[in-house]
Unconditional design. Structure first.
Length: 281
């Protein structure tokens, strides 16, 4: 395969997501595979690719701003006592092979490379399933293994001195509309209450769509959520919230997030019911 290879994911015969395997992107965007567009069953797009406000936001994928000082998120790097800084430190995620590839999912091998060479090796497993006539689920698991032979650590702008900016890990850049989406969890409402805290699930409700993100393992549920609605709509999990995440030689970090993609605006009880069905089918 060459060029912009892609996989089209289908639910009940309908295309709901395109996975771009080898995107042709400038180095400062930290090139990496991504899902875009992702749509509801009715066809409403719920992702954005390289929007004007953040060109390095690439639909749905895995992005980490600091792997031993190398930027796999894209854009500027937050430097302690200096702020966001343009550095020549960008890495890339390179697709190497599909172990499995079907319309309802795939298993992929990737190499995370930067100036010193390969830092991490990833196995990514993605699967889609129908939940109802108006909702489906994206099951996304990633496993990052340190292949350098020496200890590594994963950081974030928060661990480098920028409060509230603990992004890095699974990230979903959602559709930007005239009005900011509502956000709520099983217990709280609003960006201020949801951001930076763990929750079994978190929902983003736009004009005619709802996304519900759920940690599908106990370890994943321990990560606080990174949430933005006012500045831009996006949700991710935080691998390095208050401290750097150590990764010894040969060690691995594994996370699994299941996202419900629904037409319409769900309330708390409907969101919770769909999460139960998606995580424990």
């Amino acid at each position: 395969m060459t060029g912009n290879d892609s996989v089209v994911l289908r639910v009940a015969g309908r295309p709901v997501g395109r996975y771009v395997t080898r995107p042709e992107l400038p180095a400062r965007l930290s090139p990496r595979p991504y899902l875009h567009p992702v749509t509801t069953l009715a066809g409403t797009a719920v992702t954005e690719l390289s929007p004007a406000d953040h060109a390095h936001h690439l639909g749905v994928g895995v992005a980490v701003p600091d792997v031993e000082g190398f930027n796999f998120w894209g854009g500027r790097t937050y430097v302690r006592d200096q702020g966001p800084t343009e550095l020549d430190n960008h890495g890339s995620q390179r697709h190497t092979a599909y172990q499995l590839r079907d319309p309802d999912g795939f298993v992929e091998e990737l190499r995370w490379t930067a100036a010193p060479g390969e830092l991490l090796r990833e196995r990514r497993t993605v699967a889609v399933t129908e939940l109802t006539g108006t909702a489906w689920a994206l099951d996304f698991t990633f496993s990052l293994t340190n292949v350098t032979g020496a200890p590594l650590s994963i950081g974030s702008p928060a661990t480098n001195g920028r409060p509230g900016a603990a992004y890095g890990g699974f990230f979903w850049r959602a559709r930007k509309e005239e009005a900011a989406p509502d956000v709520f969890t099983d217990r709280t409402e609003g960006e201020g209450e949801a951001h930076g805290r763990p929750a079994d699930w978190i929902a983003l409700a736009g004009s005619t769509w709802t996304l519900v993100f759920a940690g599908a393992t106990e370890r994943t549920r321990q990560d606080p959520w990174f949430v933005r609605t006012a500045e831009y709509p996006g949700v991710g999990s935080s691998l390095a919230h208050t401290a750097r995440l150590p990764l010894p030689a040969g060690g691995a970090v594994v996370r699994r997030i299941v996202t419900v993609v629904a037409d319409g605006r769900l309330d708390r009880s409907a969101a919770a019911a769909l999460v139960r069905k998606a995580v424990n089918p």
